[in-house]
Design a protein around this ligand. Sequence first.
Ligand code: ADP
Length: 160
Amino acid sequence: MLIAVYPGSFDPVTNGHIDIIKRASKIFDLVIIAVGKHAEKNVLFSTEERVTMLREATGDIVNVEVDFFGGLLSDYVMAKGAKIIVRGLRAVTDFDYELQMALTLKKLAPTVETVFMMTNNKYIYLSSSIVKEVAGYGGCIHGLVPENVEKALECKLGAV
Ligand code: ADP
């Protein structure tokens, strides 16, 4: 069974993330979406809220699970018996950080491969940060995030 972990902050999950999750679920037997508990203070949504929103938004995909982790991603991935880490790539600006992460991971967990999936061109400039910024100023974020996330942002920021 080929298990892949898709780690991230998902603060909150966007349709760009969902696109990667759907495509990954067609390649791997099981995709574990792993919400990082790190830097809790700099996030808009708590770990529990981020996990709940992801579970609601991916409930219709049978081979996807949502979990959270603290500490080293390499330890988490090995504990789950996963061989693959999935990451999404948007513009070139993602590349340096992703390369650094992938190479560090290779040192810590040599048997684990990082697999990159190119963004859907509809979502090339979409990020959780831009969604929070637009929603924070009351802008329309319809179509950028799943509907449950749109509602959660509305409650949290009084936006939309
Ligand atoms: P992190 O803080 O670990 O970068 P994010 O939640 O921002 O976590 O992103 C998780 C992963 O999803 C990263 O690999 C990121 O490049 C990817 N990603 C984010 N937004 C998009 C998008 N619009 N299209 C494709 N991949 C994306």
